[in-house]
Design a protein around this ligand. Structure first.
Ligand code: CMP
Length: 133
């Protein structure tokens, strides 16, 4: 069994896609283990996106993630990391396939609806950053 972190970003919440996204995850057969809606602190966002610190979009990314409430979801299941990444689609919505969350609901590389962990190591780190488990 694998755990991964799925974040519904402020654009996903504003556009009322929480139910749609959770339904897709559950219908696929994965389990929602933890779920929390909150506003992230600057500290949490900076830690989460530490690897993008030098990127030119970093400031916009931090501001965007703090622009409204987000939903943090721990998803569990066999191969959950890879499956959730596939369900999210490519980072850039103009490259993500229809049928994926980003391919169906986004046109913007920054405001791309969801974040998903990309490896077991990062899933563990990201989950620990947001949950006391
Ligand atoms: P995410 O999967 O959360 O990982 C890093 C985030 O940075 C990404 O989704 C986008 O929201 C954002 N991002 C990645 N590349 C770019 C880019 N070229 N311009 C603006 N934002 C980006």
């Amino acid at each position: 069994m694998e755990k991964t972190l799925l974040i519904i970003k402020p654009d996903g919440v504003k556009r009322k896609l929480i139910g749609e996204i959770i339904q897709r995850v559950e219908k696929k057969g994965l389990e929602i283990k933890e779920l929390q809606m909150k506003r992230l602190t600057l500290n949490e966002v900076e830690k989460h996106y530490e690897m993008h610190k030098e990127k030119d979009f970093y400031k916009d990314l931090i501001e965007f993630l703090m622009s409204g409430p987000i939903v943090l979801i721990i998803v569990e299941g066999e191969n959950a990391i890879e499956i959730i990444r596939k369900m999210a689609g490519k980072t850039d919505p103009k490259e993500s396939d229809f049928g994926t969350i980003r391919g169906d609901f986004s046109i913007n590389i920054l405001e791309n609806i969801v974040h998903t962990s990309d490896s077991r190591e990062n899933a563990k780190k990201e989950i620990l950053n947001f949950f006391n488990i």
